[in-house]
Every structure is written in C-alpha cells, then in structure tokens.
Design a protein around this ligand. Structure first.
Ligand code: DX5
Ligand code: ZN
Length: 221
C-alpha cells in the first residue's frame, strides 16, 4: 500500500475566499485537494468547473488536484480539466457510455484516471479495466452533498476492493469519500483505504492543522 493521503473536499470550503482557504488547508498538512464537480443532472447539486480549478493553479496551488466528476456526460469536460491543471480525474461509470474510452481519454490528457463507485454500485465495473486504473474511489455516502454520515457497508466493500487490487499486482490507490472523521478513519484504513477525503470534518473546524494532525494520529495508532 502507498502512504496515506489526506484529501480535504473543498465542497465544504469558503467559496467566497477559496484560494486562501485551500492554501490554508494545504499549509495545515493536507496532501491533495479534492475537487467535487456536480452538474445538477447526475447529482442534485451544482458546484464548480474547470475555471475554478485553473484559478486555484493561478493562485499558486501546486498540490495535486483530485477532480471528482459527478457529471453526465463525462467525456467532453475532461480535456478542459486537464488543461486547467487537474492531476487525477475520477468519474462514475454509470455516467459514461464507454468506460474504457473515458479512462483512456483521461490518461491521454496526462492525468491519473479512476472510477468512482456509489454505495449501491457493483464492483463488477472494475472487472475489465483494472489495468487502466490508477485509483479507485469508493463513495461512503450517496454523492451530492457534504456532511452526510458514513455508510458502514462501505467497510466490506473496501476489503473486497483491496483484495482485488492485491490480486491485480498493481499499485492502485484506494480512496474513500463521505463521512470520514477522526472517529472512523482508522477503521476505514484497516479495511484497505489509503486516501481519505474529508470535507466537513476539516472545514467545519476552526483549526485545520489540529484536525489533520488528529486524523494522522488515528492512522498511525
Ligand atoms: C459528496 C462529495 C464528497 C463530500 C465529502 O458527493 O463527493 O467529497 O464533499 O464531504 P464530507 O466529508 O463532509 O462527507
Ligand atoms: Zn468527492
């Protein structure tokens, strides 16, 4: 497994002063910026697009930007995100007509590629694309909103995906997104995750460094 990564979801950041808030959370010890893209079509919420990703790069953000696409269709926005400075691009297989082609499109644009599986989405989507995946993201809430509770059945799914990654012999990241907090992150890591999205757990607290230190302490314990 790769070293643990903490990826604050900027869905819970202060959008009126986003650059500063993202810079602060990175200075507080975050590894990756998790960038939630919602289209009010695939999910019932509307957020941010490539312009905001580019603006963060222009502001001086050099950390990896992990773009989580909750949009349908997927393909036509991928080149724009690559140009805007995305490092990782993940998408929901139900939102793509041709999953293999979409993964290849992301890679052809120089980004790491991954699938996102909702709580009720089957692991069968992984069957024929393991060789193309850099990352697998398991949703531990239904996508659309921050601040929801972690769905415990995700733990078993994480164990199954970790097993599949081991069998593949490839070093694929296993990310988890939704309801991750200091009181469950250790259990989530034990189930096989190595990258942790946390939105409300971090941004709803005044001291980002203290929360991130607490999350890392739980991971190290
Ligand atoms: C939900 C998003 C998540 C969300 C996580 O659709 O993909 O990234 O913002 O927020 P918390 O950590 O508050 O559950
Ligand atoms: Zn997300």
């Amino acid at each position: 497994m790769k070293p643990y990564l903490i990826a604050p979801s900027i869905l819970s950041a202060d959008f009126a002063r986003l650059g500063e808030d993202v810079a602060n959370v990175l200075a507080a010890g975050a590894d990756v910026v998790h960038f939630d893209v919602m289209d009010n079509h695939y999910v019932p919420n509307l957020t941010i697009g490539p312009m905001v990703c580019k603006a963060l790069r222009n502001y001086g953000v050099t950390a990896p930007i992990d773009v989580h696409l909750m949009v349908k269709p997927v393909d036509r926005i991928i080149p724009d995100f690559a140009k805007a400075g995305a490092s990782i691009i993940t998408f929901h297989p139900e939102a793509s007509d041709h999953i293999d082609r979409t993964l290849q499109l992301i890679k052809d644009h120089g980004c790491q590629a991954g699938l996102v599986l909702n709580p009720a989405t089957s692991l069968h989507y992984l069957d024929h694309v393991m060789d193309k995946l850099d990352i697998i993201l398991l949703m531990s809430v239904n996508p659309g909103f921050g601040g929801q509770s972690f769905i415990p059945a995700t733990l078993d799914k994480l164990r199954q995906v970790r097993q599949r990654i081991q069998e593949s012999g490839r070093d694929i990241r296993l990310e988890v997104d939704g309801g991750v907090k200091a009181d469950n992150i250790r259990q989530i890591a034990e189930a096989g995750a190595d990258m942790f999205v946390a939105g409300s757990a971090i941004f709803d607290q005044p001291d980002y460094a203290a929360v991130i230190a607490q999350l890392r302490q739980e991971l190290d314990s």
